[in-house]
Ligand binder design. Sequence first.
Ligand SMILES: *Cc1c(COP(=O)(O)O)cnc(C)c1O
Length: 361
Amino acid sequence: MEQVYNFSAGPSMLPKEVLEKAQKEMLNYGDTGQSIMEMSHRSKEYYEIHNEAKKIFCEIMNIPNNYKVLMLQGGGSLQFSMVPMNLFKNGCADYAVTGYWADKAAIEAKKHLKVNRVLGSEDKKFSYIPKFDKSALSKDADYFHITTNNTIYGTRYIEIPITEEIPLVADMSSNILSESYDVSKFGLIYAAAQKNMGTSGVTFVIINENLIEKSLDFLPSAMSYETHSKNDSIYNTPPTYSIYISMLVCKWIKNNGGVEHINKLNEEKAKILYDCLDESKIFYGTAEKKFRSIMNVVFLSKSKEIDEKFISEAYKEGLINLKGHKSIGGMRASIYNAMPIEGIKKLVKFMKNFEYENKSI
Ligand SMILES: *Cc1c(COP(=O)(O)O)cnc(C)c1O
């Protein structure tokens, strides 16, 4: 296939400019005669990439000075464990279970502390985000965990909870850098890179310095925020190439008007697709309108057979990876920052044609 539009939930599309730059620098980075993959993580050249990645990320996310940025391994999933292991104080935490990943995070945390499931949305198949109410939180909670964008059910928080003295922890794996967030409202933010800011292998953690404390004795060094913070994320060999790709992605965002501008484009892209769903007689969106994700658009048709026909015909048109997650079925179009508006327009055109041609079913 030549040009495809890849709607995969992750790993997902990267900006073409980023891939081209990486290709250009693949064999000989900055006249060093080596690929970045072959370089020592203690070399001057690598340090520059490492620091540049952090610096541009802080810039485009507007991260205050009293926060540290860590670049870690183990994916979003390891953060499900590192968060409770590192933020443990009273031994209890509140989790808003608003989707599949939020549930996984709560399950992992329960291995380390008492988990209270509050403000969840399982009652309506995770199709909405409950209104925040501070009185629902436990008085002695070490933190309150949310998932800002629910990758599988296609919902997002449109208002960030104000938790005051209780640190707010957010999994932003599927919408980091897609819209502007006031980082000072959070105690900790984490995001695996492979959805919206690079390739798998690196996970970004933004943590308020107040929350970096002396680790409990049983904690493995490689799982301690204190260790990684003290060593500037080079305690051991970091995922150098993944960090390099994330650096290029951050630069691409910066050169394209920053997160605010990208957010406008994302809103525009999502609207085109949701408008199509709202007008359709055979497709419908599953998330409540108010809470619709601008990253993951989840929709169903009237039957499984139509879903399958749609997915396979779309594939032939170069519209790939539209199959929904097994827990909800149907279709999911993941339209992260790197998805060009042309991809959305092509999909919508295809959906309208499909609907016309299948009027009778
Ligand atoms: C994909 C995803 C994860 C899991 O990330 P891994 O890097 O595969 O561990 C966690 N949280 C959310 C919201 C995700 O979308």
